[in-house]
Design a protein around this ligand. Structure first.
Ligand code: FES
Ligand SMILES: [Fe+2]
Length: 423
């Protein structure tokens, strides 16, 4: 039975106490009670085009292999061997396993179609009484939206993929198709902040004209529209009176003559940017209570179809950071050669302000004040979803609240799961 979803709020307020942004015990609860039950963007169908193709991805704390079976079906298994648990495929690696998923340690071999254990060396000598059927790879679940593959670590998710999507597929789908586009170098932004701080920043429409006065420059809150689709936040771009003067080649099929969805934040920690000139998909990976990274993949029209002047530009990012042997660009505040606010990269500006906010959380004086009625209501809605999965009404949490805040937190304002269900 899916959990009830609270409607779009009519006001903005901070529901989560500040210690939920740095407390170890709460972070552990988020992994157990939220991420282990959630759908997260993992990779794209173009990563595994042929039968037997696989891609190993990190989905929050879970190592997952996404495999296209010999029958063409896409499935997901936990990337941990049933013998002594070794990670079978290295994270980020792709390849083909149509002849079997073979653990590198002792060569236990699994069937790529269903994860069953097909064989192992010296079975009669080493494991004479063992029944192979008892030791399949643990199954995870996959869902496909457009070209994006999402993974849920549960073999039988509490919310099936379509329930989790809500009406997204029918009402808010982007027109972009990745076939025919060319992928840019992936970028990983590492920063010292809680993952929720980044999600809230992404949904905060109030800061766009101020923090980003050199980059995005708006839009102002009175011009913003967002829709609640399931637990997902979708923001719209205004219609263009005439195609913008952006120098990059436009992606066919994106109709900008009317307002169109341009940013999607899939609850809890995935997102899509669907612009007329690029398409990006990302996850915000929670590493520790005060550490996370944004992993961003971007596609554009192929280089040979871009105007001559744009072909020599380094990438969709501003060229900060370092390219590592895995082919990704890594960016963090401490490796910049200029101040973050001079970087002319709005993601770096966001990363910087998230770190600034995280640092302030530890000041005894810091408490969140009023939130903007326009622009910050998505934060309230997002926090409500967190509380649906990780409720704040247990006795342990009350003790933690008093210990950390030293006074009554916004507890009376925090709807319990029961109250939400009744509303
Ligand atoms: S740990 Fe995988 S075969 Fe031994
Ligand atoms: Fe921002």
């Amino acid at each position: 039975m899916p959990m009830p979803i609270s409607p779009k709020p009519d006001h903005a307020e901070q529901l989560l106490p500040k210690w939920t942004y740095y407390e170890d015990a709460w972070f552990e609860r988020e992994h157990k009670e939220l991420f282990s039950r959630a759908w997260t963007f993992a990779c794209v169908v173009q990563d595994i085009p042929q039968p037997g193709d696989y891609r190993a991805v990190q989905v929050n704390r879970h190592g997952i292999m996404v495999v296209r079976g010999k029958d063409g079906e896409i499935r997901a298994f936990h990337n941990t061997c049933r013998h002594r648990g070794t990670q079978i495929f290295e994270e980020g690696k792709s390849g083909n396993c149509r002849h079997g998923i073979v653990c590198p340690y002792h060569a236990w071999t699994y069937n790529p179609n269903d994860g069953s254990l097909r064989g192992l060396p010296k079975k009669d000598l080493a494991f004479p009484d063992m029944t192979l059927e008892d030791w399949p790879l643990h199954k995870a679940s996959v869902g496909v939206l457009g070209d994006l593959i999402f993974v849920n670590p549960q073999a039988v998710p509490e919310d099936d993929f379509e329930t989790w999507l809500g009406s997204m597929r029918d009402t808010h789908m982007w027109p972009h198709k990745l076939d025919g586009l060319s992928e840019k170098r992936p970028v990983r932004y590492d920063f010292a902040a809680n993952w929720k701080g980044f999600c809230e920043n992404a949904m905060d429409g109030y800061h766009l004209s101020y923090l980003h006065d050199k980059t995005l420059m708006g839009p102002d809150i009175e011009c913003q529209r967002w829709d609640a689709v399931g637990r997902h936040w979708v923001v719209f771009s205004e219609a263009e009176e005439r195609p913008s003067a952006n120098p990059y080649t436009r992606i066919p099929g994106v109709d900008t003559s009317k307002p169109y969805p341009v940013v999607y934040q899939f609850f809890p920690n995935s997102g899509v940017l669907s612009s007329p000139i690029f398409f990006s998909a990302y996850t915000i990976v929670p590493v520790a209570p005060e550490q996370c990274y944004l992993e961003l993949r971007t596609w554009m029209m192929p280089r040979e179809q871009q105007p001559q002047a744009e072909r020599t530009k380094p990438s969709s990012t501003s060229g900060h950071g370092h390219i590592m042997p895995d082919g990704k660009r890594y960016i963090s505040i401490d490796t910049l050669s200029c101040h973050a606010m001079e970087s002319l990269d709005f993601q770096i500006e966001d990363m910087w302000v998230c770190e600034q906010q995280q640092k302030a959380l530890h000041s005894p004086m810091m408490q969140t004040g009023p939130l903007a009625r326009l622009g910050e209501t998505p934060l309230t809605w997002f926090q409500q979803h967190i509380l649906d999965y990780v409720p704040l009404d247990g006795p342990e949490m009350r003790v933690a609240a008093e210990l950390h805040d030293g006074h009554e937190p916004l507890r009376s304002a925090i709807p319990t799961r029961t109250a939400v269900a009744a509303s």
